[in-house]
Design a protein around this ligand. Sequence first.
Ligand code: GTP
Ligand code: MG
Length: 191
Amino acid sequence: LFAGETEFVKGVVAMSGLPEPDRLEVCFAGRSNVGKSSLINALTGRKGLARASNTPGRTQEINYFTAGEALYLVDLPGYGYANAPVPVVEKWQRLLKQFLSGRQTLRRAFVLIDARHGVKKVDEEILSLLDSSAVTFQAVLTKADKVKEAERQKVLDQVREALARHPAAYPEIIVTSSEKGWGIPTLRATI
Ligand code: GTP
Ligand code: MG
């Protein structure tokens, strides 16, 4: 589906800069540093495609990638990041919310949740926004390689419980590790 067909299109800093809504898109949302850019790289099999970094707040624009002719993959800036100047953070957050609630060609949001931490309060705010915008979302656990099986099950239960409160949630949770390649074929097939 993706190999050799993915290209970076553009980084967008305002809704007016979004590409023509001429194809479907799926986006990757989640707290800062949860592994959004790394997941896109794992999905496309191209390591340096989306810029990943140890520094939270790495992705500061809405980054568009093609996945074949019919689909865009959209890498979003993280939320819940406190270590940047307030006006800067507010600008990203406003753009993020406008995008999630107002992009007509957005077919599904993948909301990434760290397998060590589960759903946090800042996630809840985004999930509620997706509910009220009627954007179907699916939870993806990231960094599963960092937790033991028992811990992962506990977090999965917590995430399941949280999703049950959100009408726009798709019930299946995909467990991934971009580092180990776990769950990547499943996510690719879902997309
Ligand atoms: P922002 O753009 O800042 O919001 O971050 P992001 O969500 O795009 O996260 P990014 O992909 O940049 O990854 C953040 C850090 O987590 C990097 O140091 C990655 O190498 C690491 N990371 C991402 N995915 C995994 C994973 O599956 N396993 C492990 N062990 N580390 C990971
Ligand atoms: Mg990123």
